[in-house]
Design a protein around this ligand. Sequence first.
Ligand code: NAD
Length: 330
Amino acid sequence: MKVAFFSTKSYDKEYFSRFNYDNFHELTYFEVPLNHQTASLTVGFEAVCVFVNDIIDDKTIEIISANGIKVVALRCAGFNNVDFKAAKSTNLKVVRVPAYSPESVAEHATALILTLNRKTHKAYNRVREGNFSIENLTGFNLSGKTVGVIGTGLIGASFCKIMLGFGCKVLAYDIQKSADLITKGVQYKNLDDVLIESDVISLHCPLNPETAHIVNAGSISKMKNGVMLINTSRGALINAQDAIEGLKTGKIGYLGIDVYEQEADLFFQDLSESVIQDDVIARLISFPNVLITGHLGFFTKEALEEIATITLNNLSGFESGRELVNEIKS
Ligand code: NAD
């Protein structure tokens, strides 16, 4: 198929070229994101391949459908950036990579917890400057702590198992309980109880109207004083302004985020020579107990291999008229 590939980075080209055997699909790489302003680039293509911050809204869909695009191949799991009503009205198929490597994100959430807690990033910098003092680097034992997990799908389940391995008590909230996790020792509770009882809270649910700003002033007020909050899911699960207030009062003791509601204007770019115009992220960066990574939870070689293989299979499946197992029908 002729595929217009948006938001391309060097690693996308590397992995997709490697797994696109015999150049089976004709991939044209664009660095710009897909949105209604760039949608005109899709003339002459049959498919688009997009990532987390491409905007496939009604305006984009109208243009790409008119240009002959038949399928949107998301090279990610989340799909909150697609307007499905508009896609359905133009018979545009949407496929994704539902599970590429849940461990990659679960392990990244764990890295955020351990870094924030044991302050290895600060210790590393100190030692490089000849400062071997350990003053103010006190952490806490994760073993024996209560960890609350919101969303126990593929990534949440992997994260629960890691936390159980650390000797934590794991509480969970999900609209669907996992019998397997219950057998392993995870205790499902209502959302409030998870918020009230947890020392560490990690978000692993999708972004949808029910979960948008699930962390807000009201829910933060229910959390333990000094709670550690981790978000590797989608930025808009947290009201960042409310989190800032929580950090200022000390209610939130640690914040680790791999995603940010306004990340589309920031992440996946080198802005080191620019003045950041987003005052919310600038304030978040200023806290000594906030750790931000730029959406790299998925970024392991195992995950990149799976993403490329499954996305290319999704496109082949569409082209050959096979049942689209990874189609999103919502
Ligand atoms: P999944 O579909 O396997 O699991 C999501 C879970 O959330 C399900 O168990 C579902 O029942 C639950 N859920 C849905 N609505 C809920 C609600 N209102 N309250 C509580 N739970 C609810 O998805 P996954 O593969 O585990 O991925 C989870 C999220 O992680 C994705 O939606 C995506 O946003 C994010 N993600 C981030 C990265 C990254 O690089 N940081 C990579 C992949 C995925």
